[in-house]
Ligand binder design. Structure first.
Ligand SMILES: [Zn+2]
Length: 267
């Protein structure tokens, strides 16, 4: 299956990209700050390489943690000390109300029809009091066209978009208690120019920005996988500080990039 194949082959499981990136860290901080003060047991579903669990392990408040992930390659590249259980998100191998809080960060936008509602019902079953969901906010999804069969799809398998309204009724038996927008500073001018240039190049060359698999015909497309060494070295060094200094001169704007919603069980 194309989307299972996509997650198994994701180059980014190898690297510590979430903890090294300021914007991703901010998303973790906001989400962690919304965990109920009474929670002692937390399950993170679709945990990937466990970057959020690793972030939580570094906090003072003691929580009993567990992760759930489907992709074997993500589990074998785990960044956390916490155990990650292999399993499907729409049939969670845990008892009813066995965790105070169940989190799903940047997960539900990836879930196909059918799996989506089952997964939300499963989170509601396993969570005793709280479900925390983080998703991209009003995302303008990039779409690509498969050169083999013409299918148009999101190469990063974002299958739906969210705003305050779509998040209002999401988790069965739970009500939305609060949400937070995670804003990041964007070089809007550079981003606007780069997006136009890339869009034009992609149209001319049929370029696909990331390695992916067509959901209709399973055709593999996109550039070769980036080496983890290159990705891993992006965090520091003099090159970066010069680049940052130059980038600081370019105007920036704040943009809400993610939304984190907290749901509490209705009595
Ligand atoms: Zn195709």
């Amino acid at each position: 299956m194309a989307e299972a194949d996509y997650y198994e082959n994701l180059a980014e499981w190898d690297v510590d990209r979430y903890l090294a990136d300021d914007a991703e860290r901010k998303r973790f901080e906001v989400t962690a700050g919304m965990i109920s003060a009474d929670a002692t047991r937390l399950l993170d579903v679709g945990t990937g390489n466990g970057a959020f669990l690793s972030f939580l392990e570094g906090r003072e408040a003691p929580l009993t943690l567990c992760g759930l992930e489907r992709a074997k390659s993500a589990i074998s590249a785990a960044q956390c000390r916490t155990e990650i259980v292999e399993g499907p998100i729409d049939a969670l191998p845990f008892g009813d109300r066995s965790y105070d809080t169940v989190t799903a960060l940047e997960v539900i936008e990836h879930l196909p029809h059918g799996v989506y509602s089952k997964a939300l019902a499963e989170m509601a079953r396993v969570a005793d009091s709280q479900v925390l969901i983080s998703v991209p906010y009003r995302e303008r999804r990039l779409m690509v066209v498969c050169p083999e069969c013409g299918c148009r799809f999101s190469p990063i398998f974002h299958l739906r978009t969210f705003d305050e309204r779509t998040l209002e009724r999401l988790v069965p038996g739970f009500r939305l208690s609060r949400f937070e927008l995670v804003t990041i500073e964007v070089h809007w001018l550079l981003t606007a120019v780069a997006t136009r240039v890339r869009g034009l190049r992609d149209r001319l060359r049929g370029h696909i920005p990331v390695p992916t698999t067509c959901p209709q015909c399973d055709f593999r497309l996109g550039p070769a996988q980036r080496s983890s060494v290159q990705r891993g070295s992006a965090g520091g060094g003099q090159g970066r500080s010069l680049r940052s200094t130059l980038l600081d001169l370019v105007p920036k704007a704040k943009r809400a990039h993610w939304i984190v919603a907290s749901y509490e069980r209705m009595q």
